[in-house]
Design a protein around this ligand. Structure first.
Ligand code: ADP
Ligand code: F6P
Length: 473
């Protein structure tokens, strides 16, 4: 539980993200709770911040609520307040109704509304001002993700002494899609306020460099941009990672091992346990994945008495229309599959619309024989890496979408095109039936990859490069 604390007035290292690592939640009876914020950004950055002495600037998740800075788990948290109207227009609107679908291959149709853009600008300015007030002279500031793309330039205007990095956690789209955005040049200019702009994969950095050349007429040389005012900005890729050793140890612990066995037992000790873990998001490919599994039982390839599928889906962005629709579609699909082909005590799909603590997640990963990660588009996907980190031996199998950033590193996964339901059915069977020898060969390489390229490696690669750029205060 966070404790209100004397806030240090300034910090030499500042992370700026839309969300703080904890959300303030108010219950119906008026009591207040804090819970870990959802998503990969917090999973990745929290351990980095715990090891640094710095401040984290972000929204605390509650509308119309003004909070003072406080300390949580050794991290200085600096809240940025949003009104209910700003949550609607900046967060649900421009961030998650415009940028999120546009940057994810327009899987849903982005909305282009001028009032959303106005709120995005205004809120980005507030984040920049809050950060300018917290950062020491010459501090390193690390701005995160698509909700805050204007902050680098706004912050530089206020504080030219700072060294500013920006990292995009989601895909940076192909140039043709990006150019639909009515405010495309403003976004590019916002990002160019940073000294270093980081992307998950090299394709994202290349798309950005191409746009900067074509639209803003800036000179580029390899991964360097020379801006009109004579600064150099670097654009590079840094595939994000997890705290692999910590998760591995958690998964190795006796209580987690016991809980993993209990989960399998409660599911009726299936021969094969399939697992999906996602935010409930239309980019995650949930419907086609469950459809593929359902068809395998329906057509007799899989025996409902011998297999089980657990799908955990964290509630996410519940006031955005597309997310409501997805929730209804999931309820319908799971209900239909379980109703059509389930037996007493044997629903083929166990669907949990909930968020769980880390030890429960580790137990689920440890229990699963086949991890199914099939996003239609994903910047990285940390769930895939978490499953690998939780292995205690070279066993288990990972079915992974070609369209997740993680597929670049986890080449030994059973790679699938998530739009191809038949292809997915074949891969689920292959992953399940492959020989232990083949599985071990694949998992061994992936375990080494995940262990060696962990979150500290990622943060120092980015921060070392950032340290070599920018103003010398
Ligand atoms: P995204 O950032 O789009 O949500 P990632 O796969 O990169 O996707 O990261 C998701 C993070 O959220 C992972 O650390 C995962 O363990 C966590 N997570 C996902 N679903 C749940 C859940 N139901 N309960 C607890 N944590 C979850
Ligand atoms: O990078 C993925 C991401 O969008 C983060 O920026 C975000 O914090 C997380 O997923 C969860 O989404 P939200 O903050 O909208 O609940």
């Amino acid at each position: 539980t966070p404790e209100p604390a004397e806030s240090k007035a300034t910090a030499s290292f500042v992370v700026v993200a839309n969300r703080l690592p904890v959300d303030r939640v108010e219950h119906a009876d008026g009591s207040v709770d804090w819970r870990t914020s959802p998503g990969g950004l917090v999973t990745a950055l929290e351990p980095v911040m715990r090891r640094q002495d710095g401040a984290w600037v972000g929204w605390h998740g509650a509308p119309d609520e003004a909070l003072e800075p406080f300390e949580n788990d050794g991290i200085q948290l600096v809240p940025v307040d949003l009104t209910a109207a700003e949550v609607e227009d900046y967060y649900e609107g421009f961030s998650n109704g415009t940028l999120w679908p546009l940057y994810h291959d327009v899987i849903a149709t982005p909305g282009f509304h001028r009032e959303w853009w106005d709120a995005y600008r205004k809120v980005n300015q507030r984040f920049a001002e809050r950060t300018a007030a917290v950062a020491e002279q010459g501090a390193v500031v690390w701005v995160q993700d698509y909700q805050l793309q204007l902050v680098p330039a706004m912050l530089r205007a206020l504080r030219p002494d700072l060294r500013i990095g920006f990292f995009l956690h989601i895909p940076f789209p192909p140039t043709e899609l990006f150019q639909q955005l009515p405010w495309r040049d403003q976004i590019l200019e916002g990002l160019l306020g940073a000294d270093l702009v980081g992307f998950q994969v090299s394709g994202g950095a290349q798309n950005f460099l191409r746009l900067v050349r074509a639209r803003l007429r800036q000179e580029t040389h390899r991964d360097e941009i020379r801006t009109a005012e004579g600064r150099t900005v670097l654009a590079r890729s840094y595939p994000i990672a997890i705290d692999a050793s910590e998760l591995h140890e958690l998964s190795a612990s006796e209580p987690v091992a016991a809980r993993a066995a209990e989960i399998r037992h409660d599911l009726g000790d299936p021969d094969v346990l399939f697992l999906g873990v996602d935010r409930l998001d239309y980019t995650k490919g949930l419907l086609a994945r469950l459809q593929a599994f359902g068809e395998l039982i329906e057509d007799g390839t899989l025996d409902v008495d011998k297999v089980a599928f657990v799908q955990v889906a964290t509630p996410s962005r519940e006031r955005v229309e597309e997310y409501r629709q997805l929730r209804d579609e999931m309820d319908r699909l799971v209900g239909r599959i379980n109703g059509d082909i389930g037996r007493i005590g044997r629903p083929p799909i166990t669907y949990l619309h909930a968020s769980y603590p880390r030890d429960e997640m580790a137990a689920l990963y440890r229990a699963a024989d086949v991890m199914v990660v099939t996003p239609l588009r994903d910047g990285m996907n940390l769930v895939a890496k978490e499953y690998v980190a939780c292995r205690q031996a070279d066993d288990g199998a990972l079915v992974l979408s070609e369209f997740a950033g993680a597929a670049r590193e986890l080449r030994q996964a059973y790679l699938v095109n998530p739009y191809d339901v038949n292809g997915m059915k074949d891969k689920l069977i292959e992953a399940m039936q492959d020989s232990p020898r083949n599985k071990a060969r694949r998992m061994k390489v992936m375990r080494r990859q995940v262990a060696e390229h962990d979150i500290d490696h990622w943060a120092s690669a980015f921060l070392d490069d950032l340290g070599k750029t920018g103003p010398k205060a």
